[in-house]
Write a protein that binds this ligand. Structure first.
Ligand SMILES: NC(=O)C1=CN([C@@H]2O[C@H](COP(=O)(O)OP(=O)(O)OC[C@H]3O[C@@H](n4cnc5c(N)ncnc54)[C@H](O)[C@@H]3O)[C@@H](O)[C@H]2O)C=CC1
Ligand SMILES: O=C(O)[C@H]1O[C@H](OP(=O)(O)OP(=O)(O)OC[C@H]2O[C@@H](n3ccc(=O)[nH]c3=O)[C@H](O)[C@@H]2O)[C@H](O)[C@@H](O)[C@@H]1O
Length: 482
């Protein structure tokens, strides 16, 4: 295994509740997961598929009811199938007590949404930690934090558990429980592959038992010793997965640093794209020419409207806020954010250049999710852009192949009209903007759509569409960065 730091897989706890099965005598564990969102539910399904006994707990009764009825409350490709394969290993409850009393590993995967000052709201983490403390069993439990939390949170969680458990003194608690950080790097839309076939697993703890339990938990993934589900084949050439074992603070910071790096990479290509456009260059050629340099790498160099979603914005703001507490500035991360949010203004500027007036114009938006293959609309560039256009008097009609229901529920009073198809939002529009690069948008009946528009103008916000095809279909074609 190509580990920087690997743990011996010794039998650290001759615990009767560990069951032998099915990957070469691996000991399976009893796991509780707090939070059945994009991270908790996918992690739960993957762990249960690997044979562990998993109980997913959530305070949202509707989510648990839906899951018990066999229906996932979120859209994630192949999740339903994996949950089905996991079968009886995967259970759901609003009551953590019964499963927690026997749990060997407890994941915390609750939300940490941003507050106005950039810091994440840790209310859900606090309440999960207190609940764990109240219901802790008599055996030894490793509490594993997967929520993205500020540096130092691991120790704070430990103290909350100690307090709620009645032990009070953390030293007494250390005989029954310890806290580790296991940051999550999955991307929505490819979450299950990212969990089963990760680039690395990071585990931060100051407790050797925690490290060994987690190495045991992750062994099938680290060694790639499980039989891949037919619908999620193992990537070609995939070998053993490196395990990075660190102290708590380093693991917590690895998460923020990784997201900051990815944000910065995207913002850099967008900054270059803005110059490329002025000098008559093409950012897609530039990204390819840069990305083939192994030191740079071609991924996350897709220029366009920039990043959105529930994490890049939140985590970059949290990193800046944490640094501020230590009187340190993060000018690179600040600049990455500034560049990113300015990209969204380009839509207004470009449409104004073409249409001269936005008041009373109808703009069709293709894609509401913050990226393809998810129904997540948190900090979706499409919504921000729609609002900026509405503020200038435009009428917005929008479509998304998967996020439409969620968007129409949550944005009921936004003034956006939701169309059942891409063709419907094109009809009568003065412009179309492609905001999310859903595969289905590549092959729309463009010729027919151009004919139904008041003005066949399209802005490809993701450098995704075939310009020649669109021009051929009768569109005036705009893009970002070329
Ligand atoms: N969404 C993503 O792609 C990734 C998210 N993360 C991090 O993982 C954490 C979770 O993110 P998501 O899954 O996207 O959030 P989410 O909002 O989809 O799910 C969080 C769930 O926690 C539940 N919850 C809140 N308080 C609870 C409590 N006391 N007990 C039990 N359940 C509770 C909520 O009802 C909700 O179902 C965040 O810290 C996020 O930054 C990390 C990597 C990837
Ligand atoms: O901490 C998190 O929540 C997660 O955040 C991102 O994952 P995610 O936000 O799900 O999706 P990405 O694929 O990273 O896309 C984020 C945004 O960047 C945009 N993007 C991505 C890549 C690119 O080249 N250009 C670009 O504009 C996407 O359209 C999307 O809006 C990270 O990629 C994950 O590693 C991390 O675990």
């Amino acid at each position: 295994m190509g580990t920087e730091n690997s743990f011996p897989l010794s039998d650290v706890r001759a615990d009767e509740s560990c069951r032998e099965e099915p990957f070469g005598g691996l000991k399976l564990l009893k796991i509780v997961i707090y939070g059945t969102g994009y991270v908790g539910l996918t992690t739960g399904a993957a762990m249960a598929f690997l044979g562990h006994e998993v109980t997913c707990v959530d305070i949202d009764e509707a989510k648990i009811a839906s899951l018990r009825g066999g229906k996932s409350p979120i859209y994630e490709p192949r999740l339903d199938e994996l949950m089905e394969l996991a079968g009886g290993n995967l259970r759901f409850s609003v009551d953590p007590a019964p499963a927690l009393s026997e749990a060997e590993v407890v994941f915390v995967a609750v939300g940490t949404p941003p507050m106005a000052d950039g810091n994440p709201d840790l209310t859900a983490v606090q309440s999960a930690a207190s609940s764990i403390g109240r219901h802790l069993g008599l055996g030894f439990t490793v509490v594993v934090n997967k929520s993205t939390v500020p540096i130092g949170s691991g120790h704070w969680v430990e103290s909350l558990i100690a307090e709620a458990s009645g032990e009070g003194d953390i030293r007494n608690l250390r005989n029954r429980c310890c806290v580790a950080s296991n940051p999550e790097f999955l991307r929505e839309g490819s979450a299950l592959c990212d969990i089963l076939y990760p680039d690395r697993v990071v585990v931060g703890s100051e407790n050797p038992t925690a490290n060994e339990v987690l190495a045991r938990l992750y062994e099938p993934i680290l060694q790639q010793s499980f039989t891949a589900p037919w619908f999620l084949p193992r990537p070609e050439g995939m070998g053993a997965v490196p395990l990075v074992a660190t102290d708590l603070a380093s693991a917590e910071l690895i998460k923020y640093a990784s997201n900051a790096f990815l944000c910065t990479k995207i913002s850099l290509i967008n900054e270059i794209g803005n110059l490329a456009e002025k000098v008559g260059a093409d950012i897609t050629h530039i990204a390819r020419g840069m990305g083939l340099d192994a030191r740079i790498g071609g991924r996350f160099l897709q220029a366009g409207l920039g990043w959105g979603g529930s994490c890049f914005g939140k985590d970059s703001a949290a990193l800046i806020a944490t640094a501020k507490e230590y009187d340190i500035r993060m000018p690179i991360v600040e600049a990455a954010r500034e560049v990113n949010y300015a990209q969204r203004d380009l839509v207004v500027t470009k449409l104004l250049n073409e249409l001269k007036i936005l008041k009373g114009r109808t703009v069709g938006i293709l894609g509401l999710a913050f990226k393809p293959n998810t129904d997540d609309i948190r900090d979706a560039p499409a919504l921000d852009i729609a609002q900026r256009l509405i503020d200038r008097g435009a009428r917005i009609q929008a479509h998304d192949p998967i996020a439409l229901d969620r968007a129409s529920c949550q944005l009921n009073h936004s003034g956006i009209r939701f169309g059942p198809t891409a063709e419907a939002v094109a009809a009568g529009a003065d412009a179309l903007v492609l905001t999310t690069d859903w595969a289905m948008y590549r092959d729309l009946p463009w010729k027919r759509m151009a004919k139904t528009m008041a003005n066949p103008l399209i802005l490809d916000g993701r450098n995704f569409l075939d310009q020649a095809q669109l021009v051929n279909a009768g569109f005036r074609f705009l893009s970002i960065g070329r």
